[in-house]
Design a binder for this molecule. Structure first.
Ligand code: ADP
Ligand code: ADP
Length: 226
């Protein structure tokens, strides 16, 4: 669990593409923030900077009381889930979950315990010995979530994690994500195009446009018509 403090954060890609233009945002410990805005407004870039997958052009990023601008992704205590799940196709579900822990030098017994606990929580225990291609879309999505949660990160970043699922599964997973986040109280930043997801998941909604934050408020405040 941790706060995330974003101060004047900016990203300029090559050829002078100003993707993020000085964002300020204070995220509370355990808060669920949903990030919305038109395609190309800089949502993914912002998430990737927080995760450490993209360099920060200027500004400050604090996770908890640490300034993390120059830390490697593995040193940030953050986990990210992508739209396309990005599972390792040649590994079993078990090893997809265990991989990040092995890399971080966890002991075998600790890995075993955490993988089992996470698999139980997400109800993917029956599939631990399978490879991703032998899973349904919803099961893969759970494995992707599990791979992030198994590390018990301070913060959780999700970039349209449900967009590849059919409508029925999307509703089900949305409810499950909310329950899980409430239970674990993990600080969460969630990107979506889906207004219903935004309404039901967000403690606070952040509306981005052209690399800037346009509006911040409760879902009711943001979506109510004047
Ligand atoms: P969103 O997630 O809101 O759709 P992105 O963060 O993906 O927006 O993109 C913001 C802007 O940055 C867009 O104009 C996009 O074309 C540009 N962009 C994203 N990634 C790169 C990159 N690796 N190199 C150059 N431009 C990029
Ligand atoms: P690989 O697919 O890389 O050959 P395995 O799937 O055989 O690797 O498993 C490697 C390790 O992961 C083993 O030491 C085993 O203890 C553990 N493991 C794999 N699958 C399971 C499972 N379903 N339940 C518990 N532990 C498992």
């Amino acid at each position: 669990m941790a706060t995330i403090q974003i101060q004047q954060l900016a990203k300029t890609y090559a050829q002078d593409v100003h993707a993020v233009k000085g964002i300020d945002l204070d995220i509370a410990d355990g808060e669920f923030i949903v990030l919305v805005g038109p395609s190309g407004c800089g949502k993914s870039t912002l998430l990737r900077m927080i995760a450490g997958l993209e360099t920060i052009t200027s500004g400050q990023l604090h996770i908890g009381d640490r300034q993390v601008n120059h830390l490697e992704p593995s040193e940030r205590d953050i986990a990210m889930v992508f739209q396309n799940y990005a599972l390792y196709p040649h590994m079993t579900v078990y090893n997809n979950l265990a991989y990040g822990l092995k890399n971080r030098g966890y002991r075998q017994a600790e890995i075993e315990e955490r993988v089992q606990k996470t698999a139980k929580m997400l109800e993917i225990e029956p599939f631990l010995a399978r490879k991703p291609k032998a899973l349904s879309g919803g099961q893969r999505q759970r494995v992707a979530m599990g791979r992030a949660l198994v590390r018990e990160p301070a913060a959780f970043l999700l970039d349209e994690p449900l967009s590849n699922l059919d409508a029925k599964l999307r509703v089900q997973m949305r409810v499950e994500i909310k329950q899980l986040q409430k239970r674990l109280h993990t600080t969460t930043l969630y990107v979506t195009h889906d207004q219903l997801e935004a309404l039901t998941l967000a403690d606070r909604l952040v509306v981005m446009n052209q690399g800037r934050v346009e509006q911040v408020g409760s879902p009711m405040e943001v979506y109510k018509r004047p």
